[in-house]
Design a protein around this ligand. Structure first.
Ligand SMILES: Nc1ncnc2c1ncn2[C@@H]1O[C@H](COP(=O)(O)OP(=O)(O)OP(=O)(O)O)[C@@H](O)[C@H]1O
Ligand SMILES: [Mg+2]
Length: 265
């Protein structure tokens, strides 16, 4: 099972859109996909029609009960209208975790264990992170093999990326191994100077980690979220979908290469 996480400490950069669209595309390609909502705001959960305020069971249960058996994890999963696309929802209770048990031993590996328990049931798991550092983001980073860092192509967002890089450095130290990541420029509008300039800056400053392309601004993403479906299932030929399709292919190829390197060493 591939495990990816969509993370950035900055809000509104396209993290949730990335999870939904990659998830939709992978499901369309016949993969069994699990989307994991670790954001207490539950935007991903709300996207698929569930209310994170009133859900009785969510990813919060993993932390509260400390359970990670296959059946226990499966009992938290919700189907979506898209065949092959399953959701582990968030509820607002997740917001209390840092205060409750942030410092308790072993709390950073809860999501890794839960995913290991359903390893055989899914081909891909994609984790949506909250825009802040805390026990949830630490869990996501520990669980994933590859990190996707969406960054809006505007100057403030690039500044925020420095903070994210610092966080990754800290976590890499704590984990004792590096988390490979790909910076994905989002909401790119080639007609605006700000977008073009910031993409150029990103390419210079993060040359090794930056994805070769960019996700364009596409107003249809908003329409898709209103309809509660991945854009891939509304308009497979939309510009935004084409870009995410290329990203999906690249991520799969990257991981294949990493695996081959590991096997060879
Ligand atoms: N490529 C895009 N083109 C146009 N609009 C987009 C694009 N990507 C995302 N959006 C829109 O921008 C808004 C923010 O996106 P999204 O919710 O994915 O960001 P986020 O990083 O998950 O935010 P948060 O930090 O609040 O969780 C949403 O309304 C979404 O529909
Ligand atoms: Mg989000």
């Amino acid at each position: 099972m591939h495990v990816w996480s969509s993370s950035n400490q900055k809000g509104g950069v396209g993290k949730t859109t990335t999870v939904v669209t990659l998830g939709g595309l992978a499901a369309q390609g016949g993969e069994r996909v699990l989307m994991v909502d670790l954001d207490p705001h539950g935007s991903l959960t709300a996207y698929f029609g569930h209310d994170p305020e009133s859900l009785e069971r969510s990813a919060y249960e993993l932390f509260r009960e400390g359970v990670a058996g296959r059946e226990a994890v499966e009992s938290l999963l919700l189907p979506t209208a898209v065949p092959g696309l399953t959701l582990l929802p968030a509820s607002t209770a997740l917001a209390t975790l840092d205060r409750q048990l942030g410092r308790r031993e072993g709390m950073g590996l809860i999501v890794s264990r839960a995913l290991a328990a359903v390893e055989g049931e899914f081909d891909v798991a994609i984790i949506d992170c909250p825009p802040m550092l805390g026990v949830l983001m630490v869990n996501a980073l520990a669980a994933c093999q590859h990190l996707i860092v969406p960054v809006q192509t505007e100057f403030l967002a690039i500044k925020g990326l420095e903070r994210m890089r610092h966080t990754l450095g800290m976590i890499e130290k704590a984990r004792g191994l590096s988390v490979p990541y790909t910076i994905v420029p989002t909401m790119f509008d080639r007609r605006t100077r700000a977008s073009v300039d910031s993409l150029r800056t990103l390419r210079t400053q993060f040359s090794e980690r930056i994805w070769r392309s960019a996700i364009p601004v596409d107003t249809r993403f908003r329409e898709a979220s209103r309809r509660g479906l991945p854009l891939s299932h509304i308009d497979p030929a939309a510009r935004g979908v084409e870009a995410y399709r290329m990203l999906l292919d690249d991520l799969v190829a990257l991981e294949g290469a990493a695996r081959r390197r590991k096997e060879a060493s």
